[in-house]
Design a protein around this ligand. Structure first.
Ligand SMILES: C[C@@]1(CC(=O)O)c2cc3[nH]c(cc4nc(cc5[nH]c(cc(n2)[C@H]1CCC(=O)O)[C@@](C)(CC(=O)O)[C@@H]5CCC(=O)O)C(CC(=O)O)=C4CCC(=O)O)c(CCC(=O)O)c3CC(=O)O
Ligand SMILES: NC(=O)C1=CN([C@@H]2O[C@H](COP(=O)(O)OP(=O)(O)OC[C@H]3O[C@@H](n4cnc5c(N)ncnc54)[C@H](O)[C@@H]3O)[C@@H](O)[C@H]2O)C=CC1
Length: 280
């Protein structure tokens, strides 16, 4: 294997860009959190505690199709947690006792640990063990013992919006989340689903890897030129008509597509009456 020897100062190797205009780049506001959409589906999450906060954690975990191990004595179960244990028996493994340090090593393949318990000493013990094993952990109520915070989440089908105030005002986060949700058009989720279907169909007719830029540019124009309500009403037939324009970079407007669709279905109806064979 070739050895890597760096003699020059790396900064001196950075090219200069004569037309660079840094004022067009987003300014960096440090001190934030890294907001991601974690794909936790079928991965194991350890949740310690079964009270009110644990019940809210379960909603998030089950909505993301995680596999959960829940440790909590039966006497500590909130009614909602007890309900989830029964309705999601196949997703949640229930251990009906207090947490024991050996749990962290005996439960295989833990991706994430959450605690929601009213015992600060046990919380800190779990936190310290998690750090020694390199597990990401959230200790509810103790921000310094959190590798990540929860946020206030609006969910509507494929749409998820998380509001974080970086630990400053969780109640405000919930109020802001409601304001944001109230400001969205009611067809938002349906429009997202339809756009997802259109993108799949586009990839099927133009699967080439090197066409990524063209696909993205065309899809972006569709999203910009159709209203949310129009996207939400898009039928499979509309999508096919819209996609006919892709090759030449044409984005037909909603009205044009609907008109073409009604003309074509009228023609098909005439053909059917006259007994002509239609397209297979
Ligand atoms: C740091 C963080 C760590 C984490 O839990 O991940 C954390 C920590 C703490 N929460 C406290 C209090 C409250 N938390 C809530 C509610 C929520 N808390 C959530 C997240 C977070 N809370 C993370 C930061 C997120 C951010 O800043 O944006 C939400 C958004 C998400 C969720 O938990 O699922 C959920 C709303 C969900 C929704 O309704 O949509 C309410 C209101 C209520 O219960 O209705 C109150 C009382 C009112 C108030 O204080 O604002 C206290 C003080 C305890 C004390 O004073 O003793 C601490 C500890 C501290 O601040 O030191
Ligand atoms: N988002 C946030 O950060 C918020 C955090 N909190 C805090 O979260 C914690 C939990 O709150 P709630 O669910 O309302 O409390 P709770 O009293 O309803 O539930 C506590 C749960 O922890 C269990 N428990 C205690 N010690 C345990 C152990 N060693 N092993 C396993 N389970 C154990 C209890 O049996 C019970 O199920 C509290 O410290 C609370 O102050 C409260 C509100 C919001």
């Amino acid at each position: 294997m070739a050895s890597l020897s760096i003699t020059a100062d790396p900064l001196s190797l950075i090219p200069t860009f004569p037309n660079e205009d840094p004022s067009t780049y987003p300014p960096i506001q440090s001190g934030g959190s890294l907001i991601l959409a974690w794909q936790i589906r079928n991965k194991r999450v350890l949740l310690v505690g079964g009270g009110n906060v644990a019940a809210t954690r379960l909603v998030h975990l089950l909505s993301a199709d995680a596999l959960v191990t829940l440790i909590c004595p039966p006497s500590g179960l909130h009614p909602e947690t007890a309900y989830r244990l029964k309705t999601h028996e196949s997703r949640i493994t229930y251990i009906p006792r207090n947490f024991e340090p050996s749990d962290l090593s005996s439960i295989p393949s833990i991706s994430l640990v959450l605690t929601a318990i009213d015992d600060p000493v046990a919380s800190t013990e779990i936190y310290t063990l998690c750090k020694s094993l390199n597990y990401p952990v959230n200790v509810a109520d103790v921000p310094p013992e959190c590798d990540f915070y929860f946020g206030s989440v609006h969910r509507d089908g494929p749409l998820q919006i998380m509001v974080s105030t970086g630990g400053n005002g969780p109640k405000l986060a919930a109020m802001i989340r409601r304001k944001v949700a109230d400001s969205l058009p009611k067809e938002t989720s349906k429009a997202i689903v339809k756009v997802g279907e259109l993108r799949k169909m586009l990839r099927a007719i133009a699967p080439e890897k090197d066409e990524g830029a063209k696909r993205m540019e065309w899809m972006s124009r569709v999203c910009e030129s159709w209203e949310f309500e129009e996207l939400a009403e898009m039928t499979e037939g509309d999508m096919k008509i819209l996609l006919e324009g892709y090759k030449d970079g044409v984005v037909k407007q909603y009205k044009e597509v609907k008109l073409l669709e009604s003309v074509r279905s009228g023609e098909e109806e005439d053909d059917r009456r006259e007994g002509k064979p239609g397209d297979a």
